[in-house]
Each structure stands twice: as structure tokens, then as C-alpha cells.
Design a protein around this ligand. Structure first.
Ligand code: ZN
Length: 73
């Protein structure tokens, strides 16, 4: 077993596999939408079916972080 070094970093060797297609996901630019804002992010995407893997840490922690930044303005 290998330890997880980063919450958001994707293994460059393609550690994530699309369960639908059975092929490794590739890093791709994506947009994370929250409220009326869109934030550019890099997430593993399936090149075949377009499935975007959203880590639970990103889906939860990142949104809270973004929300806090916006409130501070
Ligand atoms: Zn797929």
C-alpha cells in the first residue's frame, strides 16, 4: 500500500480508474462551479465517457475554503 501524500494531487501514472470503461483517468482542466462562480481546477477525467472524478476532500473542504474567502471580501 502507498500513502497518500496530497489531498488533491493525482498520481501521474493514472491511479484512478474509470469503473465504467475500465481505463485510467487522465488529468484534465475542469471548472468547479460553486454558486455563481467558477473555479479552474485540475482533476482526473475519463477520456472516453467524460466522467470527472471529484475527490471527497475537494468536494467538501475546497468548497468551504472558497466560501470563506468570498465572505471575507
Ligand atoms: Zn469512462
Amino acid at each position: 500500500m502507498s500513502e497518500v501524500k496530497s489531498f488533491y494531487e493525482v498520481d501521474p501514472k493514472g491511479q484512478f480508474i474509470c469503473h465504467k470503461c475500465g481505463i485510467p483517468l487522465v488529468k484534465s482542466d475542469a471548472v468547479f462551479g460553486y454558486l455563481n462562480n467558477a473555479f479552474p481546477v485540475e482533476m482526473p477525467v475519463c477520456p472516453k465517457c467524460g466522467f470527472v472524478y471529484v475527490p471527497e476532500d475537494l468536494a467538501l473542504g475546497k468548497v468551504l475554503q472558497v466560501e470563506k474567502v468570498l465572505e471575507d471580501k
